[in-house]
Design a binder for this molecule. Structure first.
Ligand code: SAH
Length: 356
């Protein structure tokens, strides 16, 4: 049956307070509801025990509580957990929890599918179905915080927006989720532990800077040469590197934090001296570090990771120029949870998730 009830989780704390006021009830009740929804994470009005039965009944006549459900959970040998997250309209996204000795990192999705066309990414083949709501993004984090406590006896330490979708194409809702993740009346995590990864949308990078965001920024660069980048990320024709560079300089001038460039090295694509030199030049212009990512092969691309010698040449050139570089090898070879492999193929055999 079609419901006319509103999703209560779409309301801000102020709107919840206004609702009570409009019903001639004290507005602090709205604050209590906010805490039940966001700090305690309840999905049932009857669990809001400091509200009277009448108040709960009032809420029930006006609202419903929409929330995600973890549909399938896959656990890798190394502890990595991939969740299939079912949304209220039965669409599915994936999120991944990655434990290491010191951290547990949640990799969250921001869209169902993706509208960008990176040739090396399995999510791109899904096309964009819709943006996730702020609470659908937030719920993934809460679910993985609970898994972290259950399986690794510690709360989540880091969050990366590196799951399905382009977070800057769903800016408002991603920021809404981060607001609750960091709100002391909700999950209360430090924004320093959050990294947003973007394929590089200059206008939105500028907007983030002007909004004075407190979280970290990673940019999926993969090439510092416009003609090469366009080949592997065709949407980049609309966002030339020069514009991206200007936007990143603006970001740095406002936020004062280093930018992380994510970079995969592929054979025959970006494995020449010129590629390395272009990256070094860019990194010297923009305060940044480089995160070399292992390529996780996907069905729809025949690309191949470059040899260890080429990767070593990148590391040497960057290091010689005092640019910080990390190279993380894949862990876990048994579930399809890797960067770029999130494609709702629950039973597929894949590699792992980077970035713990
Ligand atoms: N749209 C955002 C976030 C999602 S992708 C972005 O582009 O940053 C998260 C990271 O995985 C990006 O750095 C992306 O370039 C990388 N990635 C995508 N496909 C990959 C693959 N097959 N192997 C390794 N990394 C991949």
């Amino acid at each position: 049956m079609e419901t006319t009830k509103k999703d209560i989780r779409a309301l801000s704390k102020e709107e919840l307070q206004d609702f009570f006021k409009a019903n001639d009830l004290p507005s602090f009740r709205g604050g209590q509801v906010y805490q039940w929804l966001w700090q305690k994470g309840v999905h049932d009005f009857d669990l809001m025990t400091n509200l009277s039965l009448e108040h709960r009944a009032l809420l029930k006549t006006h609202f419903e509580i929409k929330h995600i459900n973890i549909d399938v959970q896959q656990r890798s040998k190394d502890g990595t957990i991939k969740n299939a997250v079912k949304l209220h309209d039965n669409l599915v996204v994936e999120s991944v929890l990655i434990p290491t000795a010191k951290r547990t990192t949640a990799c969250v999705s921001s869209q169902v599918g993706c509208s960008l066309d990176c040739t090396f990414c399995a999510t791109a083949a899904l096309k964009r179905m819709r943006n996730l709501n702020a609470d659908e993004i937030y719920d993934q984090v809460v679910a993985m915080d609970q898994q972290s406590k259950l399986y690794f006896q510690r709360p989540l330490s880091n969050i990366v927006f590196m799951g399905m979708g382009e977070p800057l194409m769903n800016y408002k809702n991603v920021l809404g989720a981060i607001q609750k993740i960091t709100d002391t009346e909700a999950l209360a995590m430090s924004p320093k532990r959050i990294t947003l990864s973007t394929s590089g949308i200059p206008k939105m990078i500028r907007k983030m800077a002007d909004d004075q965001v407190k979280f970290g920024l990673a940019v999926s660069l993969h090439s510092a040469r416009q003609e090469v980048r366009e080949k592997i990320m065709p949407f980049a024709t609309k966002f030339p590197l020069q514009e991206l560079k200007d936007a990143l300089m603006h970001w740095h001038s406002k936020i004062k934090k280093q930018i992380t460039f994510e970079y995969v090295v592929w054979e025959g694509i970006n494995d020449q001296k010129e590629d390395i030199q272009s990256l070094v030049t860019l990194c010297k212009q923009i305060p940044s570090k480089v995160n070399l990512i292992q390529y996780n092969p996907i069905d729809t691309a025949s690309m191949k990771q470059a040899s260890p010698e080429v990767i070593e040449a990148y590391i040497q050139a960057l290091t010689q120029n005092r640019i910080k570089v990390t190279y993380r090898r894949s862990r876990g070879e048994d579930i399809a949870a890797a960067c770029g492999q999130l494609a709702n193929k629950i039973d597929a055999i894949g590699k792992e998730v980077r970035n713990a």
